[in-house]
Design a protein around this ligand. Structure first.
Ligand SMILES: Nc1ncnc2c1ncn2[C@@H]1O[C@H](COP(=O)(O)OP(=O)(O)OP(=O)(O)O)[C@@H](O)[C@H]1O
Length: 260
């Protein structure tokens, strides 16, 4: 006997399967490389054992496991709090970006009022700081609010320009430590302390500055530029990952696209 009646498959079933596949893929992407992956597998094993005990009609054990999994749902929210937050941010910001783009298109006839980020100034400053081995950590806000990290630093209100960025990160400057946050075309915070990523897949050669860039881009849709004090290398970090680029011109193009 056929287990599946293929003739009965509706389009909505295919959509259903594709959506579940996407959901699982995103879940896997979120927990990959973190300790949460072990908890994730633990739950899968527990769930499979529960189903097997149910099938074998082992009443006591299946009741115990069933009850445990029921209460476990609450515990899951606590254990996966960061991943759930990241997942919701990802969902929310995707919609928001699409809406923002649509809104921009609708505003076609109105005057352009938003101040575009001076990407040239930022990238050129990074280039200069890279040559002089000056460490830097620049966070560029997109849709998600960065208020939760802004409060850890010093409030500023300076228009983005190359000499200012360079002088802030200059080694003897009192503001060089921590991260700079840029909103639109304004430096709004310096010396911010960012959440550090605990992803175990980050190569050991990357220290706290790079981990902080990964951390903030995991927890928000902001993008980050890092200049390594050790080797002058410039990194661009987005969605918790390093984005590769050939040269500064390509970096500018990627940034223009990501900030549009
Ligand atoms: N959580 C954080 N938030 C903001 N800035 C941070 C954070 N952690 C470290 N930094 C900044 O990074 C600087 C250097 O840290 P560290 O040497 O560990 O980084 P790194 O990734 O090895 O970078 P580099 O290649 O420049 O040495 C610190 O002095 C500090 O200014």
């Amino acid at each position: 006997m056929d287990l599946f009646d293929w003739t009965n498959i509706r389009i909505i079933d295919i959509v259903d399967i594709v959506l579940v596949a996407f959901l699982l893929y995103y879940l896997y992407k979120l927990v990959k490389g973190t300790v949460a992956i072990n908890i994730f597998f633990g739950i899968v094993i527990l769930y499979a054992t529960w189903k097997i005990t149910e099938l074998l009609e082992m009443e006591m054990l299946s009741k115990v496991l069933g009850g445990f999994l029921g209460v476990g749902m609450l515990a899951l929210v606590v254990v996966f709090q960061q991943e759930i937050r990241k997942f919701l941010l990802l969902l929310g910001s995707t919609n928001f970006r699409a809406r923002k783009k649509l809104f921009k298109r609708l505003k076609f006839f109105s005057e352009e009022t938003t101040a575009n980020t001076n990407i040239n100034a930022i990238v050129n400053a990074c280039g200069k700081m890279g040559t002089s081995r000056t460490g830097a950590l620049i966070v560029i806000q997109r849709n998600n609010s960065l208020d939760f990290v802004k409060s850890t630093g010093d409030a500023m209100n300076i228009s983005v320009n190359q000499p200012i960025i360079e002088s802030i990160f200059f080694k003897n400057s009192p503001l060089h430590d921590g991260a700079m946050i840029i909103e639109d075309n304004t430096i709004t915070t310096t010396r911010a302390i960012l959440p550090v990523s605990n992803d175990r897949n980050i190569p050991l050669r990357f220290g706290l500055r790079h981990r902080a860039a990964i951390g903030i881009t995991e927890k928000s849709d902001a993008v980050c530029l890092v200049v390594s004090e050790e080797n002058g290398q410039i990194s661009y970090v987005k969605e918790g990952d390093f984005v590769l680029f050939e040269d500064m011109e390509e970096l500018k193009r990627i940034l223009e696209k990501d900030l549009s």
